[in-house]
Write a protein that binds this ligand. Structure first.
Ligand SMILES: [Zn+2]
Ligand SMILES: [Zn+2]
Length: 348
């Protein structure tokens, strides 16, 4: 079968033996998998993890291993690649995505493969989520990044009516704005370089956007929208260090700065620390999501309360994965790029 992998600074298609389901495991035939910003960062060498790519997959269960009772062959599912242990000191405090087990778990060989194996612990802990009949493949492939937004909003203590400003409106920033809107945000604004992305933001829940290159524009917009108070929540949804300095100036007194995008490796915090101190700004990094939050995001999509479909501008078969990665890294051309597999594109 075909598998997309990283090879030096390139993403290449290789051949591998199809996986088999061991006891407690399932094998899924790929329908679609989104290209995530973190996949692009791994390609650039900016994010050293286990090096596996593709973690937003949906597909059809093709094989269930011995002892698997809650799933059946033919089921349409989303699969979450990481699961926490739910038993350690970190998990007991509810910090699931920071559990030491979390990053160790993964699907094999990754989400950009014609077929992939889901380990027993992922299956057992509920990481295989059946898709509702009204949730399409493309929407399913957006559940993981939308889940990251929900996890972030819960972790920072977001309330309905809160005002939000996002610095960076790439696919994940756009999803964040839509989840915030679905949860009843009072006002959402954003700063983004790409006109294509600013347009997508304004057609789905973001009231106003600015180009961050225009000096003072974000501060001015926030001042106007909040009567000079500042936003309840400013979100850094990009890795660019300059975005942090901008976002740090936007929260109200006692407000929150959410570090949401993967920062550039080796970058340092550049913010007025005395201002953060005197304003009581809560600086909260959030990372990744859990299968529980993904299930909640799925319920929002299934109920028609969260619409995400229009964010996918390109669908490319696995055979063209290099082009998919090139497009995903081109903010002027694409929003979300999804790679499709044999369950959706039999001749892809
Ligand atoms: Zn992702
Ligand atoms: Zn744990």
């Amino acid at each position: 079968m075909k598998v997309g992998r990283l090879d030096g600074g390139r993403v290449v298609l290789t051949e591998a033996d199809p996986p088999r389901a061991g006891p407690g495991e399932v094998v899924v035939r790929l329908a679609a998998c989104g290209v995530c910003g973190t996949d692009l960062e791994k390609l650039r060498g900016n994010y050293q993890s286990a090096g596996r790519i593709g973690h937003e997959p949906v597909g059809v269960i093709e094989e269930v291993g011995a002892g698997v009772e809650r799933h059946r062959v033919g089921e349409r599912v989303f699969v979450h690649h990481h699961v926490p242990c739910y038993a350690c000191a970190v998990c007991r405090r509810g910090d699931f995505t920071f559990c030491p087990t979390y990053q160790r778990t993964n699907i094999d060989p990754g989400g950009f493969a014609e077929r992939f194996r889901v380990p027993e612990e992922n299956v057992r802990r509920g990481a295989v989520l059946p898709l509702g009949a009204s949730v399409g493949w493309v929407e399913g492939a957006l559940l993981e990044p939308a889940g990251c937004a929900l996890t972030a909003l819960r972790r920072v203590g977001f309330h309905a009516g809160d005002s939000v400003f996002l610095v960076g409106l790439g696919p994940v920033g756009l999803l964040y704005s839509r989840v915030a809107h679905a949860l009843g945000a009072g006002w959402v604004g954003g700063a983004e370089l790409s006109p294509l992305r600013r347009e997508a933001a304004e057609r789905g829940g973001v009231e106003a956007t600015v180009d961050p290159r225009s000096d003072g524009a974000a501060e001015e917009l926030v001042t106007r929208a909040t009567q000079g108070i500042g936003v309840d929540l400013a979100v850094v949804a990009t890795g660019a260090p300059a975005a942090v300095s901008l976002a740090a100036r936007l929260p109200r007194r006692g407000g929150t700065l959410n570090l949401f995008g993967l920062p550039e490796a080796q970058s340092r915090l550049d913010a007025d620390l005395q201002a953060l101190y005197l304003h009581g700004t809560r600086v909260i990094p959030t990372y990744a999501t859990t299968e529980r939050d993904i299930a909640d995001v799925h319920a929002l999509v299934a109920a028609g309360r969260l619409s995400v479909r229009d964010l996918v501008t390109h669908r490319l078969p696995l055979a063209r994965i290099d082009e998919a990665f090139r497009l995903a890294a081109a903010p002027a051309e694409a929003l979300k790029v999804v790679v499709t597999g044999p369950a959706l594109d039999p001749d892809g």
